[in-house]
Design a protein around this ligand. Structure first.
Ligand code: MSP
Length: 644
């Protein structure tokens, strides 16, 4: 397989400073890029800013600023500076106001005009400034105020009648359907591909790609008509190619055919229905994959918004807990298919349980044992017995597994698999009792155990490096392990005899009770996310596909103190362990739940009840007497299997 990888983020509008959504998408792309680089792929990572269009023009007007001065400030001191401060690994940062981009957009416009794919006509339609595109009646949803808007937009669309240049989009619809059918993995996860196919079932019309200068002077001039500027999406989408220098450039030749665009589900249509025909019409090869991610919701499961008081400021989170903890929590808590809740308490819980407890404690225990038992030197490794062999075997298998999970867009599963390895090392400490081995005359076994632990931690640090790049290096620095490592099966790379550094706490534990955002810890009841889609009698298969149901096995169960209805269940879902709270205590005792196989909603946003985070929901029915009955598979099947 050719190991080349080009990943892009959406280029962000500069009408606002970076928020958690921007941070999330950029961190996901950064992590994808880092895993590929670590695995030896020739990788290029692009991000940037989208600086033209009505939205920006309106903002500038309201602020009474000149556009150039305003966009420079947000792009440079807002976005670019933040990514630099966080040490992100982007190879380039493109701004759509740069000459290299403007020239390329004009070249493509001219090409499409010359080939007859662009024409001039009068048009009347509904325009959304928020999403910068014409919308159809069908796409609008009635809000609580009775006004119809595009989901996610603040303002309703405006009726417009204007003479514009048009791109012959509709002409490409049959080709696009066929192309999507021939390339089932082009858009992932699959629920988004299905959404696009759904959009293409009816005519999509042609795409208006210009605005009169008289109304909107802030855009790229149409090369053959100085009275018009380009439509902002036509301009923006081309950044992915202009940043590589366009056709024929070395970077374009190297990377373009291996492109993965990462975008939020809000801009799925523009990156599929608009962008693919644009590429085809321009005679450019198509991208390899469109990776679509869901949205982050507030800790209460509602869409994040300043007015709801559930918005999380990424800069504040980073300054309180560090960039590595923010990265870890975001990537561990979210899935690409379905929206995920996020908030300070969620971050702190992950920080405490996974990073401070599982990973941090393992390191500090091993460091203090080295100090006590080997004079802070890495010991030699003697004969491996079955237990050490099993740790080694897991370590050798993980690099490939993790890259597969990451390329399969299951970041949370990848991280969980690494943490399971870390937890196994903790179990190994407890089982092998090095403090007892240290009392023996013969230190052979003690040394083997300590070496296995250090080498295990080294492997974990390499596997986790794309997620927590700074702390991964710090772990190895503490253990006195020098050099860079790659994501490849390897065991025994730690050098015996080297000196470890003085131990410091990797991730200080945070007292959850001291959180400033008190609101989060008092949410006890389930709040349904804001419903954005119109209510329908039937749902399509693509809607059902959004709900992931899995078989789980109840490992242990206890009553939640001072809650009459709640049971606290620890369940195994394949390799993963989760805590689930369920309101079934009146119908089932804790003892009788243990060992049961149940069906859980696997991708439900976690929710806090009584100070405990519930990570899913157990399916149950209510019988004719109002008694709750758990749904179980009809015969014994392994936990973790999908229910469809
Ligand atoms: N400028 C266009 C993109 C042009 S790409 C050729 C744009 N910009 S944006 O500033 O609105 O950024 C949208 C992207 O930010 C989303 O697609 C998503 O990646 C990210 N997010 C914004 N809000 C988000 C959440 N609440 N949750 C997760 N990410 C979301 O659209």
């Amino acid at each position: 397989m050719e190991k080349t990888f080009y990943v892009t983020t959406p280029i962000y509008y500069v009408n606002d400073i970076p928020h958690l959504g921007h941070a999330y998408a950029t961190l996901v792309a950064d992590t994808l890029a880092r895993y590929h680089r670590l695995a030896g792929w020739n990788t290029y990572f692009l991000t940037g800013t989208d600086e033209h269009g009505e939205k920006i023009w309106k903002t500038v007007q309201q602020l009474g600023r000149t556009p150039k001065e305003y966009v420079d400030e947000i792009a440079e001191s807002g976005f670019k500076a933040l990514w630099q401060r966080w040490g992100l690994s982007n190879n380039d940062f493109i701004r759509t106001t740069e000459p290299r981009h403007i020239q390329y957009v004009q070249k493509i416009l001219q090409r499409l005009y010359d080939s007859g794919d662009i024409y001039f006509a009068e048009y009347e339609g509904l325009y959304s400034i928020g999403s910068e595109r014409y919308v159809t009646e069908k796409e609008l949803v009635e809000g609580a105020d009775g006004i119809k808007r595009l989901p996610g937009d603040r303002d309703p669309p405006e009726l417009r009648r204007e003479a514009n240049y048009f791109f012959k989009l509709e002409k490409y619809r049959p080709w696009l359907i066929e192309y999507l059918n021939e390339h089932p993995n082009l858009i992932e996860p699959v629920n988004y591909r299905n959404e696009v196919l759904e959009m293409l079932r009816e005519p999509i019309g042609d795409l208006s790609i210009s605005r009169p200068v008289a109304r909107l002077p802030w855009g790229i001039p149409i090369p053959w008509d100085e009275g018009d500027v380009t439509y902002v999406w036509f301009d923006a989408l081309l950044n992915y190619v202009s940043a590589l220098g366009g056709e024929g450039a070395e970077k374009f030749n190297t990377y373009w055919h291996k492109t993965w665009h990462l975008v939020g589900k809000d801009i799925l249509k523009t990156h599929s229905v608009f962008w693919l025909p644009m590429l085809k019409a321009a005679g450019l090869p198509l991208y390899e994959k469109l990776v679509v991610h869901a949205h982050i919701l507030g800790f209460d499961g509602r869409k994040m918004g300043k007015s709801l008081g559930n918005a999380v400021d990424p800069i504040e989170m980073e300054s309180r807990y560090g960039i590595d903890a923010l990265r870890y929590a975001l990537l561990r808590e979210t899935t690409f298919q379905a929206d995920s809740a996020f908030g300070e308490a969620i971050l702190v819980n992950r920080l405490n349980s996974d990073l401070a407890n599982d990973l941090g404690n393992l390191l500090s225990r091993v460091m203090s044992m080295l100090e006590k038992f080997t004079n802070s030197k890495i010991p030699v490794c003697n004969t491996l017995e079955a237990r050490e062999e099993s740790i080694k075997a897991a370590a050798l298998k993980l690099p490939e597994t993790i890259l597969d999970e990451i390329r399969g867009l299951r970041f949370h599963v990848a991280i969980e698999k690494i943490m399971e390895f870390v937890r196994d090392l903790n179990r190994y400490v407890a089982e092998s009792k090095p403090w007892d081995l240290a009392k023996l005359e013969d230190k052979t076994k003690l040394h083997t155990v300590l070496y296995t632990l250090v080498e295990g931690i080294r492997v974990a640090s390499v596997l986790l490096e794309p997620v927590i790049p700074n702390k991964a290096k710090e772990i190895r620095a503490q253990l006195g392990i020098e050099g860079d490592f790659v994501l490849e099966p390897a065991w025994g790379l730690t050098k015996s005899g080297s000196q470890v550094a003085p131990s410091t706490v990797l991730f200080p534990k945070v007292d959850i009770a001291t959180l400033e955002t008190k609101k989060e810890s008092v949410v006890t009841e389930v709040v349904s996310p804001v419903v954005e889609a119109p209510v329908q009698a039937f749902i399509g298969i693509e809607d059902f596909a959004k709900v992931q149901l899995k078989v789980a096995e109840v490992l242990s169960c206890e009553r939640v103190p001072k809650a009459d209805k709640l049971l606290n269940l620890t369940v195994a879902i394949g390799d993963e362990k989760r805590t689930i709270l369920s309101g079934i205590a009146e119908y089932y005792t804790a003892e009788e739940m243990v060992g049961k196989r149940v069906v859980v909603v696997y991708n439900l946003a976690p929710r806090k009840m009584r100070g405990i985070e519930s990570q899913g929901m157990i399916l149950a029915a209510t019988d004719e007497n109002g008694k709750v009955v758990i749904v179980s598979p009809e015969r014994l099947i392994p936990s973790g299997v999908e229910v469809r």
